[in-house]
Design a protein around this ligand. Structure first.
Ligand SMILES: NC(=O)c1ccc[n+]([C@@H]2O[C@H](COP(=O)([O-])OP(=O)(O)OC[C@H]3O[C@@H](n4cnc5c(N)ncnc54)[C@H](O)[C@@H]3O)[C@@H](O)[C@H]2O)c1
Length: 346
């Protein structure tokens, strides 16, 4: 497919699990060209470059930022590296799509957002689920007022057995920032905030537990060192009066293998995301309207949106500022769990 727009040259930092999704997205995007990949694991970077036909390989991202002919970069690194590497890339004049969560700490997240603003560069967060057909269809109806005022929401991303042990960093607080809340809960939280129109958070009250992982149970793969939660639950209150209940686990003695839902309740209607359905009470006549939705490849659409936002100098679908809102809520949830108190968000 040819395009009249300028080609955006990109480099990928981190050649692990998620980086492939970015690479396939760039391959599918007629306006993007992958010219470099960097991983501290040289053989992994080389294998990645070979498989995806990327000409240049680096093991030091600073060198890649200096030497490679790139305008943009994908940051596909463990969470604790999102902040420093993204800030370096932005300061080097590159646009950045950084994987979720925005960072492992609010401190780093603030620096990322401020640097993008200072450098006038795009900072997008890898919330690919926003691009799902289900999300886009429901969002359209909600934005047109189908639910009225949304005053209550429930969101969950629960796994019975699903502690990610690969890479050895997911389960270490210092490197990940936390367990399921910051890893998969962040997807449920972001989707809910997005569908609700990003109401401003006021406070959270939360509890986290580490009960299954420390027994050496619930892991995907060989159990590894584990100092994060395996279950996080919390209540988020918003300044507009709305409330959200969030629950997320990597390991839980629950019925079934997993459970995910986003449920919204408004004055004029309620909705669930999967499958996208709207529930109404019209003159005491109850209706459930299931919506059809396009079958799409969310990661490819995400990458195409990143490239388009650079070409057209417009905000991407998932901004750094929005990623920071989720991060503030999640960090407040961890603080609330430790202090056993409601935590107010600034
Ligand atoms: N959007 C999603 O649904 C989704 C899914 C999986 C992972 N992720 C996110 O993607 C990020 C990466 O996760 P992953 O599963 O790919 O992890 P991973 O451990 O598979 O890959 C990380 C890679 O980074 C490399 N690396 C580490 N330090 C580096 C450095 N200083 N310079 C260059 N390379 C370095 C490692 O060698 C490894 O290859 C995480 O933030 C994770 O939360 C998002």
């Amino acid at each position: 497919m040819s395009s009249k727009k300028r080609i955006v040259k990109v480099g990928i930092i981190g050649a692990g699990g998620i980086a492939k999704q970015h690479a396939w997205g760039y391959q599918k995007c007629p306006d993007a060209e992958m010219v470099a990949v960097c991983d501290t694991d040289k053989s992994r970077a080389e294998a990645f470059a070979k498989e995806l036909n990327i000409p240049e390989v680096f093991t030091d991202y600073k060198e890649m930022l200096k030497k490679a002919d790139i305008e943009a970069t994908s940051v596909c690194l463990p969470n604790f590296l999102h902040g420093p590497v993204t800030v370096d890339a932005l300061n080097a004049g590159k646009h950045v799509i950084c994987e979720k969560p925005l960072a492992h700490s609010v401190k780093d997240g603030v620096k990322m957002v401020e640097t993008a603003k200072k450098m006038k560069k795009t900072l997008m967060v890898g919330f690919h689920q926003r691009f799902r057909g289900e999300t886009q269809v429901l969002k359209q109806f909600i934005d047109e007022g189908a639910l009225g005022k949304v005053y209550y929401a429930k969101a969950a991303y629960l796994r019975r057995v699903g502690i990610p042990a690969w890479g050895q960093w997911f389960c270490l607080k210092e490197k990940s920032g936390g367990g399921p809340l910051i890893d998969i809960g962040v997807h449920a939280l972001d989707l809910t905030l997005y569908l609700m129109g990003f109401p401003e958070p006021l406070s959270v009250s939360a509890s986290t537990y580490a009960e299954i992982g420390p027994q050496g149970l619930g892991f995907w793969g060989t159990p590894c060192k584990f100092d994060v939660e395996d279950l996080g639950v919390g209540l988020v209150k918003f300044k507009n009066g709305a409330t959200l209940l969030l629950e997320t686990s990597w390991a839980l003695n629950m019925q079934g293998d997993s459970e995910s839902y986003i449920k919204l309740y408004g004055t004029d209607g309620g909705a669930i995301l999967d499958p996208p359905t709207i529930f109404k009470n019209q003159k005491n006549i109850l209706t459930d309207t299931k919506m059809s939705f396009p079958k799409v490849e969310p990661y490819n659409l995400e990458i195409a949106n990143f490239i388009e936002s650079i070409q057209e100098n417009k905000a991407p679908m998932a901004t750094g500022e929005q990623g920071l809102v989720s991060l503030k809520i999640l960090e407040a949830m961890y603080k609330s769990s430790t202090s056993k108190k409601e935590v107010f968000i600034k």
